[in-house]
Write a protein that binds this ligand. Structure first.
Ligand code: PLP
Length: 414
């Protein structure tokens, strides 16, 4: 059996160095627990960045994948396949959208939104509608199209020229009004900016975007890659808002760890990408779709969406208590359901704190500069949430001991 240090040494020699992982190799998981190659146990309240919605190694998901792999793993999109059709129907039933396109990641789902928007207007004889209005702090992925919509300059730096996108402050409807024009094909938005700092949209913002998009004739598309599939205590962040965008992007929690993304659209834009204009070899194959169908079944059978709302309140209360107890370190907490952020005081760097959080046996992620993000598997128990927040409280209280201490630069990235 390889140890952590064997594996890390080999990784450092052969893996492309675009990540800066912690010197740990996980070999096994169960629910919210992960185990490394040396047998160490870790509490995972990050779910692989909001992905492992039903926890690690859920037996129903594992069985569904194994059964499908032993039955039919892949066929091309020149043919129909049964899990693909059932998944499309099931997602439409749950969301009220009319059609689904499947791909393999959140980035690809957003890339599809962009191509949908441009080609919709191309097909309507308006080929000059190519610009997108997106938001500062928004994250939509790393391929060139998705990256052009991503609103953090440091991610875009060095990769230009990128597509025409105007980034405006998140939550600022007036700025959106000023930014739109007859050349805009879409406004893209997250209901809560995940990577940007677990920042919720202000009340009424999404409805205002719908009205602005309608007034200028553009599409409204919503990136639910991080917020969707029950994480906020409802299936989509949009549910209950009364806002109906033209399309949404899903990924992360949809496959519970198996790679799959989806674009769901209304009938209005169903003709925008006719046969031959977009596609994916792997997208929507039977294995990925069976995994996603199993995730949806587990969400229902274990009441995980309602549970996310209730457990989210528990997590909120625990984090509020931290803010009350350590106001010199913690500014506030925000988010919804099981997507929550603890906002640290200016001067603290979330990635630096994460290094110590990891040493305490806990996995969280950073969101933006100053936010520690909790995005646990939806199967998390109240006692696991308590254990995690207790561990974080210990780390924070150690940080505050020497009054004017500065913290070492992060040795890993989340
Ligand atoms: N959109 C949002 C809101 C995300 O949070 C992410 C990833 O963090 C993406 C898109 C990109 O998804 P992926 O990494 O699966 O391509």
């Amino acid at each position: 059996m390889s140890t952590n240090s064997d594996l890390v040494a080999l990784a450092r020699k052969h893996l492309y160095p675009n990540y800066k992982p912690a010197p740990l190799a996980f070999v096994r998981g169960r629910g919210c627990e992960l185990f490394d190659a040396d047998g160490g146990r870790w509490l995972d309240l990050s779910a692989g960045i909001a992905v492992c919605s039903v926890g690690h190694a859920h037996p129903v998901l594992a069985r569904a994948i194994a059964d499908q792999a032993a039955t039919l793993m892949h066929v091309s999109n020149y043919f129909y396949n049964e899990p693909n059709i059932h998944l499309a129907a099931e997602l439409c039933r749950r969301t009220g959208f009319d059609r689904a396109f499947f791909c393999n990641s959140g980035t690809e789902a957003n890339e599809a939104l962009l191509k949908l928007a441009r080609h919709h207007f191309f097909g309507m004889g308006q080929p000059d509608r190519v610009r997108v209005v997106a938001f500062e702090g928004g994250f939509h992925g790393r391929t060139l199209g998705a990256l052009s919509m991503t609103g953090t300059a440091k991610y875009r730096e060095g990769f230009g020229p990128l597509g025409p996108v105007t980034h405006v402050p998140y939550g600022d409807g007036d700025a959106v009004e000023r930014a739109v024009g007859r050349d805009v094909c879409a406004i893209i938005v997250e209901a809560i900016q995940g990577e940007g700092g677990v920042t919720p949209a202000p009340p009424g913002f999404l409805a205002r975007l719908r009205a602005i998009a309608d007034a200028c004739g553009a599409l409204l598309v919503v990136d639910e890659v991080q917020t969707g599939i029950g994480r906020l205590g409802r299936f989509l962040a949009l549910d209950g808002t009364g806002v109906r965008p033209d399309a949404v992007a899903l990924a992360k929690g949809l496959g519970g760890g198996f790679p799959i993304g989806a674009m769901l659209v209304t009938e209005r834009v169903a003709g925008a990408l006719p046969a031959g204009t977009h596609g994916s070899t792997f997208g929507g194959n039977p294995l990925a779709c069976s995994a996603a169908l199993a995730v949806l079944r587990i969400l229902d059978e274990e009441n995980l969406v309602e549970g996310a709302a209730a457990k989210g309140e528990v997590l909120h209360a625990l984090l509020q208590q931290l803010v009350r107890e350590m106001p010199e370190l913690c500014e506030s907490t925000r988010g919804e359901g099981l997507l929550r952020g603890l906002v640290l005081r200016p001067g603290l760097v979330a990635r630096d704190v994460l290094t110590r959080v990891l040493e305490a046996g806990l996995l969280l992620t950073a969101a933006g500069e100053r936010v520690l993000r909790f995005a646990p598997p939806l199967v998390v128990s109240t006692s696991e949430l308590e254990e995690g927040v207790r561990a974080l409280a210990r780390v924070l209280s150690e940080l505050r001991l020497p009054p004017a201490r500065t913290y070492p630069a992060a040795s890993r990235s989340a």
